[in-house]
Design a protein. Structure first.
Length: 84
């Protein structure tokens, strides 16, 4: 995880900048989260258990430095995984 000094509201603030080391499965789940699907729906679509999806989501959120779906969607838009 990289650390950068980013200006926030006129003041410099230290903020973690996520490294783009997502697996293909995590990217797939990121896109499905971006489409508004819940964990159970993603699990059904991919033929995996809901617990497996939650594991992937938790690991992905940690890797990109977010705490939930909204942050993940923002990340995906900012980094070109999906359009706004």
């Amino acid at each position: 995880m990289l650390v950068a000094i980013l200006p926030v509201a006129g003041k410099p603030k230290t903020r973690r900048v996520p490294s783009p080391n997502l697996s293909l499965r995590e990217i797939e789940i990121l896109l499905l989260v971006g489409d508004g699907l819940q964990g159970k729906e993603i699990a059904q679509r991919l033929g995996l258990s809901p617990k497996t999806i939650e594991f992937y989501k938790t690991r992905m959120y940690g890797r990109i430095g977010v705490t939930g779906a909204i942050g993940a969607v923002r990340y995906a838009i900012r980094h070109g995984y999906m359009d706004a």
